[in-house]
Design a protein around this ligand. Structure first.
Ligand SMILES: Cc1cc2nc3c(=O)[nH]c(=O)nc-3n(C[C@H](O)[C@H](O)[C@H](O)COP(=O)(O)O)c2cc1C
Length: 354
């Protein structure tokens, strides 16, 4: 009875959707009501909530993920404070305590788990050290107290600061011209047909290292590249997205780029996983291309059944979302690629448009 009622409401909604949509655009409150019935956004906001809960719980339960994300963001903020012109005599007072707290936790957890500090934590060590040197004693009671706490952690774990702190930009001319970069951009096309030839992991790893150099909001890098080169897994996973029918059977490698919403305590940052991961994906594809490896982006559809399938297949937690997928491999010399005319410059840009 209830299902029938829901079905009838949904059918009715489809009929009257266009005028209601107009209403929602005019008065945003109505869009909340609209999406109570149309559940297209359900998984997205559930994941955003799951991410926020995991972040908060992780901070109180001292998990490495939450503290690492907080430490990365705040280390980035400290570096911005250090390079600001003119530099303020005292800065970061509203987040320096939580930064030292996260540093202490991450150092402890990494030493216990891995026996050594990651490069990211070394960066935090160096930047915090530079911060406490710049804000000299007696300028702020808070900073003095936290300097003491920071020094104690360093002493306890025998940590010596290095030089992962703000640097002068390399001014030597790059040996890459705009024409060369354009050649790479023209050569990179969506390749859908591949040779039956394994792709060396070393080549993929090198491309991921380059992808990892991409910008990301507050340098959090809230994503991972999940690479599948096991033929059974590739076959299973590559058939899940919708845009691969007719050619996924010959993918040598399938990639799922997964975003981590547990990097954020605030809903305002919910789109950052998509932006950061996409920037990295572009660099990844260029880096593959320089090694003669073709690739094709694959859309990830936000459809309940598909989401369930991929979550189960690759074991995603509630805060993890597939941003996009990719296929890659050595291009089949007989395989064609669509012409895909790009927009003219005039269709892509404007200056000072108001
Ligand atoms: C986010 C995104 C999703 C895409 N999804 C698919 C897809 O599901 N299947 C496919 O064959 N190509 C897909 N593509 C590739 C596009 O069709 C292709 O980039 C576009 O037509 C331009 O061609 P080019 O990549 O050769 O320049 C996708 C590209 C992007 C950026």
């Amino acid at each position: 009875m209830f299902t029938l009622l829901k079905k009838t409401i949904r059918r009715l909604l489809k009929l009257i959707a266009p005028p209601i949509m107009k209403l929602c655009v005019r008065w945003p409150f109505f869009s909340n009501l609209y999406y109570c019935i149309d559940r297209s956004f359900e998984r997205e906001h559930q994941s955003v909530l799951a991410g926020q809960i995991q972040y908060q719980n992780g901070i109180s339960d001292n998990t490495i993920e939450s503290h690492t994300y907080r430490l990365r963001r705040n280390t980035h903020r400290l570096e911005k404070g250090l390079i600001s012109k003119p530099r303020r005599p005292v800065f970061a007072l509203n987040y320096i305590a939580e930064t030292v707290d996260s540093f202490q936790n991450v150092v402890l957890l990494e030493t216990e788990n891995a026996g050594h500090l990651s490069n990211s934590t070394r960066w935090a060590l160096d930047v915090l050290s530079a911060y406490f040197q710049v804000i000299t004693s007696n300028q702020s009671e808070v900073v003095d107290r936290l300097r003491e706490k920071f020094n104690q952690t360093c002493e306890k774990h025998s940590l010596n600061a290095g030089n992962k702190t703000p640097i002068s930009r390399d001014q030597t001319a790059l040996p890459i011209s705009i024409e060369q970069l354009k050649l790479l951009a023209i050569r990179r096309r969506s390749v859908r047909w591949y040779l039956d030839k394994p792709v060396p992991r070393n080549a993929i790893d090198q491309a991921i290292e380059i992808a990892g150099l991409s910008p990301s909001a507050c340098n959090r890098q809230p994503f991972e590249f999940r690479i599948y080169d096991d033929p059974d897994l590739v076959r299973k996973l590559s058939s899940i997205p919708m845009g691969t029918s007719g050619f996924h059977h010959q993918f040598p490698v399938f990639v799922a780029i997964v975003g981590h919403l547990n990097a954020y305590p605030f809903a305002r940052d919910r789109h950052v996983i998509y932006i950061d991961a996409s920037l990295a994906a572009m660099a990844f594809q260029f880096a593959l291309e320089t090694q003669g490896i073709g690739s094709c982006s694959i859309n990830w559809p936000d459809i309940a059944a598909k989401e369930k399938m991929i979550a189960k297949a690759i074991n995603l937690t509630s805060d993890e979302r597939v941003v996009m997928c990719l296929s890659l491999g050595f291009p089949d010399t007989d395989g064609l690629i669509p012409y895909s005319q790009k927009k003219d410059l005039d269709g892509l840009r404007s200056y000072n448009r108001t």
